[in-house]
Design a protein around this ligand. Structure first.
Ligand code: NAP
Length: 249
């Protein structure tokens, strides 16, 4: 693929792996994340491996920052044809302890952020009559104790995905979602910390109840993202693909 790709939350974890995979397949990649320095470091790693990438500091919940980021990317790399909405945060708590602020934060990054980036990207994609949008849902969309905010946001992303597939399909743009199960990243390491266990202990416990008997790695998700962002998924749209080793909550 020779297109320009934008990956949000790509300074580390699943986003960084997806950005590296897209770059390895020939895309010029914009690494978007809150911390511009961390973005630049991830972009430099991709460049060292022979890929083309730039780092762009951007809070996906801020409409002005998102619009400015896309303008800068279009000027520096060219019009984006691939968007991977991956930025995410957790603010887990049981309902009676969940603050309205923690509800808003999670809705803001996952749902509002995905909406704002899709809206900014579609302008460039409609002009090209081509585009690939890959959103990030989760197995938690099916419901998960302690994650009312996150589960609602990740289920919302599935509805947004199906709706945008209908609206943007006539312009040659596909919109799909990937729904990871447990993936070993900083996000799940922090969850382990909150639960009072080590990351390795939580991974082992999760692997034991997963049919494939292991947890996911960022590269497992990146491979599916690359499929949904590439030419082989040309007739696939509006889908949510679970990538969870067979586990269901
Ligand atoms: P991660 O390691 O925590 O990385 C998420 C990245 O998103 C971080 O670099 C974070 O920056 C960035 N981010 C947060 N808020 C942002 C904002 N407002 N604007 C721009 N960037 C922002 O997470 P991950 O495990 O790789 O997860 C990636 C995605 O997969 C998320 O959407 C997550 O919900 C989803 N997912 C993960 C799992 C899993 O098991 N790991 C399972 C299902 C779904 P800061 O560090 O500066 O906050």
């Amino acid at each position: 693929m020779k297109q320009v790709a934008v990956v949000t939350g790509a300074a580390r974890g699943i986003g960084a792996a997806s950005a590296a995979r897209l770059a390895a397949e020939g895309a010029a990649v914009a690494i978007l994340d809150l911390d511009e320095t961390a973005c630049a470091a991830t972009a430099a790693e991709i460049a060292e491996a022979g890929g083309k990438a730039i780092g762009v500091g951007c809070d996906v919940t801020d409409e002005r920052q998102v619009l400015d980021a896309f303008t800068r990317i279009a000027a520096e790399l060219g019009a984006p044809a691939i968007l991977v909405n991956n930025a995410g945060v957790l603010r887990d708590n049981l309902l009676f302890k969940m603050s309205a602020e923690d509800w808003d934060t999670v809705m803001g990054v996952h749902l509002r952020g995905t909406f704002l980036c899709c809206k900014a990207a579609q302008k460039y994609m409609v002009e090209q009559r081509y585009g690939r949008i890959v959103n990030t849902s989760s197995v938690s969309a099916l419901g998960n104790r302690g994650q009312a905010n996150y589960a609602a946001a990740k289920a919302g992303i599935q509805g947004l995905t199906r709706t945008l597939a209908m609206e943007l399909g006539p312009f040659g743009i596909t919109v799909n979602a990937v729904a990871p199960g447990f993936v070993a990243t900083e996000m799940t390491a922090r969850t382990a910390e909150r639960m009072g266990v080590t990351a390795a202990e939580l991974q082992a416990k999760t692997a034991a109840i997963t049919p494939l008997r292991r947890v996911g790695r960022p590269a497992d998700i990146a491979g599916v993202v690359a499929f949904l962002a590439g030419p082989d998924s040309a007739f696939v749209t509006g889908q949510t693909l679970y990538v969870d080793g067979g586990r269901r909550l």
